[in-house]
Design a protein around this ligand. Structure first.
Ligand SMILES: *[C@@H]1O[C@H](CO)[C@@H](O)[C@H](O)[C@H]1NC(C)=O
Ligand SMILES: *[C@@H]1O[C@H](CO)[C@@H](O)[C@H](O)[C@H]1NC(C)=O
Length: 407
């Protein structure tokens, strides 16, 4: 796996060079003006990280969530997610439910950090710049019998946070014990935990599972409980010293091809894109309550920077204007033939074994396998959200550690 070099702008280094090489009064005046302007720039936003002017320079990312950002957790814990997953980019199964990269990969690229290793993966991992606790099928709520029977993962959000707590404790212990350089190359430094970026994208499976066992009205009634559980996870991480949170909301679940296929045909509940309107309304209600809670959490933890990221709007605008953005197929999917013959799964039909294979042109599809977005769609969504235009506050991810002045 390639490890991109981290961009690091050493302001003090440049300053010294400029100072040493030019001694005229004119240069001094310009430098002094620059220093004043620079201090004013610093004052314009409260900075958590001192001395890093060019963005936040996050040393690490810790990610929590479900298959939308899993890149090896489920694969390591349960079974490998086989080809054609990974085919378009890695040319082998890469732990992701996708032909290529997921949004968290594009985030790592944007921040100049290597792709995250899955915490549960025991082979070839490197956690120097963070760890990914997300696993496919995870939910926010503790796993009850109903969700267990529906096949959701036991590695729920609270378990992921417990795994993080253990990870952090053990890193700190090893450093105290005087760890060798080989281990240091594979683990974050104790001080990185407070400077890291903490990312969440979770909740889609809570809604999906609820739709399978409740009326939509009951699903809406269950949302406050789910949001409270989410807030608990944020609180626990904050107690551990986490200071910067980047929180993705949930996507338009009513536009997932499998939701559309499963829903009884009922034209008055279908929007102009062919998505199930009422399901999207439930997702929007979830997002409304999530955003409200993020605002409350900000007031509760004024030392933390929390960005709420509107993934829903990005995905919905992609689906609404699919052709314009180069995607011929908005609600069809690339891998697997139909609901009863899923991506990569085998099925015997009329005595012949058929395999749920990939379509030819993966970049023509928004949906990879009926549930997960394709590499091309994930790239489009990442480009749409990482500059901050769909965030509250409207902060680019590279500046997510800065808190707006009004707080
Ligand atoms: C399996 O056989 C049935 C009956 O002959 C036929 O209608 C169906 O199309 C066949 N399915 C496939 C995938 O060949
Ligand atoms: C694949 O799909 C993309 C997007 O719809 C399109 O631009 C491209 O021409 C297609 N490539 C082939 C080989 O059909």
């Amino acid at each position: 796996m390639e490890v991109p070099t981290r961009p690091s702008i050493d302001i003090s280094g440049r300053w010294t060079t400029a100072w040493a090489s030019r001694k005229s009064l004119k240069t001094f005046t310009i430098a002094a003006l620059f220093a004043v302007a620079f201090s004013l720039f610093l004052l314009s936003g409260k900075q958590r990280t001192i001395g890093q002017a060019n963005g936040c320079d996050f040393p690490a990312i810790f990610n929590f969530g479900d298959s939308n950002s899993d890149k090896g957790g489920k694969s390591a814990a349960f079974h490998r997610i086989p080809l054609p997953n990974g085919n378009s980019f890695f040319q082998k199964p890469a732990g992701r439910c996708c032909n290529g990269k997921v949004i968290i990969d594009f985030i790592a690229e944007k921040l100049g950090l290597p792709y995250l290793s899955a915490y549960l993966d025991s082979i070839g991992t490197n956690f120097q710049h963070g760890a990914n606790f997300a696993t496919g099928g995870s939910i926010i709520q503790p796993l009850d019998a109903r969700m267990f029977k529906l096949g959701y993962s036991p590695i729920t959000l609270d378990i992921q946070v417990s795994q993080f707590e253990q990870f952090k404790d053990r890193v700190n212990e090893l450093y105290k014990e005087g760890v060798n350089s080989d281990i240091k190359r594979k683990l974050p430094r104790p001080e990185d935990f407070s400077q890291a970026l903490y990312i969440f994208e979770v909740g889609q499976n809570d809604l999906d599972g609820a739709f399978k066992s409740m009326t939509e009205k009951q699903v809406v009634e269950s949302i406050p409980g789910i949001i409270s559980q989410f807030a608990q996870a944020v609180k626990r991480l904050h107690q551990q010293g986490a200071g910067t949170f980047w929180i993705h909301n949930t996507g338009p679940i009513g536009c997932l091809p499998f939701q559309v296929l499963e829903y009884p045909p009922q034209t008055d509940n279908v929007d102009q894109n062919g998505c199930i309107r009422s399901r999207n309304e439930v997702a929007q209600e979830f997002n409304r309550q999530l955003k409200e809670r993020v605002i409350q959490l900000r007031m509760q933890f004024p030392d933390a920077a929390m960005t709420y990221v509107d993934i829903y709007s990005a995905k919905y605008s992609l689906i609404s204007d699919a052709k314009k953005h180069g995607f011929a197929n908005a609600l069809r999917y690339c891998c697997g033939h139909y609901r009863d013959n899923l991506c990569w799964r085998k099925k015997v039909v009329n005595g012949t074994e058929i395999l749920g294979t990939s379509c030819r042109n993966t970049s023509a599809y928004i949906s990879w396998d009926g549930i997960h977005y394709s590499h091309a769609a994930n790239l489009w969504v990442a480009n749409k959200v990482l500059d901050g235009l769909l965030s509250d506050p409207p902060t680019p991810i590279t500046e997510a550690c800065l808190m707006p002045l009004h707080l």
